[in-house]
Design a protein around this ligand. Structure first.
Ligand code: MN
Length: 317
């Protein structure tokens, strides 16, 4: 996905983790994606920019896409991050400048490592299911890996493990003894937790990680805190488990990771460690620099970069 928020906000990232496993709940906000659809942005939010290397979490749908174009995100660049796409319903066709064309369906993972630069498009295919529902998540690359070669992985099936009465699918990292083969660049975990009405279980966590939980369906309770769709629950470092229960069918995304311990900037579709890198990435995209490459087969023009905000872009700290 492309960050189409206007005006484009310079996000200073890398908040220190909270200690003692404290729980805090933050409201997401609606952001326009393309001409007509909105997504719910849960991370970054007003109070929190990161949980481990996770620096962006958009929840899209459920949305009826049987009329209109459905998802339509023309070619746009990324750098300094990995994009993680996970669907709950529907299909999305991904194309990128590495030559990849990949249809993703529920239960599958698309992981694109932008590294020094990549371009991709995402669109609803024809024909398609009536309903589209999913999440797109970004992982910031640590400074030492920010310029890795771009790559794309499609994982058609992921490890699943029962935790009490919960069904857990491991998207990235390792949880409850099951590990995803997805390549990441800092210690992280990402999992989908499905709870049928009345189900409960205690999810084991890595104490050195901080965590964020998104409710994407239904209403679940996490250590006694009700988590409704549209909110993000942040859990600070020091927590070794999370008791999850649901009175109605519910679906959660659990994200976690070791704090990167470094400050970075997120602007438009780039993560960088200095204002100069952000400005260079924007300029390179606008002049068609080969670091981003070209997407072939998309029926439309690529996105133009928004103007840089006035003043200096400065990382916090
Ligand atoms: Mn994108």
């Amino acid at each position: 996905m492309s960050n189409l928020e206007r005006p484009t906000v310079v996000q200073r990232c890398g908040d220190p983790a909270t200690a003692g496993g404290t729980l805090q709940q933050f409201a997401g906000r609606k952001v326009m994606l393309g001409e007509s659809s909105t997504v719910l942005r849960l991370l970054p939010n007003r109070r929190r920019s990161t949980a481990g290397a996770w620096c962006f979490a958009d929840h899209f749908g459920p949305e009826e896409v049987d009329t209109g174009r459905g998802m339509w995100v023309p070619p746009h660049p990324h750098a300094g991050l990995q994009t993680v796409t996970w669907l709950i319903a529907g299909e999305v066709r991904h194309r990128d400048s590495l030559g990849t064309e990949q249809l993703i369906r529920p239960g599958q993972l698309n992981l694109m490592t932008a590294g020094r630069g990549v371009t991709h498009s995402e669109e609803s295919p024809v024909p398609r299911s009536a309903r589209l529902h999913g999440v797109q998540l970004w992982l910031a690359l640590p400074r030492a890996s920010a310029d890795v070669e771009p790559s794309f992985e499609h994982l058609p099936a992921l490890p699943r493990v029962p935790v009490g009465e919960l069904g857990v699918t491991v998207l990235v990292g390792e949880i409850a003894g099951a590990a995803s083969p997805a390549r990441t660049y800092s210690p992280v975990v990402g999992a989908e937790v499905v709870a049928e009405a009345g189900a409960a279980g205690v999810l084991p966590l890595v104490a050195g990680f901080e965590h964020a939980v998104l409710a994407v369906d239904g209403l679940a309770s996490v250590d006694g805190v009700d988590l409704a769709p549209g909110t993000l629950l942040y859990a600070g470092q020091g927590r070794t488990s999370m008791a999850i229960s649901a009175a109605v069918d519910a679906r959660l995304i659990v994200l976690g990771g070791r704090p990167l311990g470094e400050q970075f900037i997120m602007w438009w579709n780039f993560v960088a460690h200095s204002a100069e890198e952000i400005a260079a990435a924007r300029a390179d995209w606008e002049r068609g620099h080969p670091r981003f490459g070209d997407v072939h087969g998309f029926d439309g023009d690529r996105l133009a970069a928004p103007p840089l905000p006035p003043g200096r872009l400065r990382p916090r700290g």
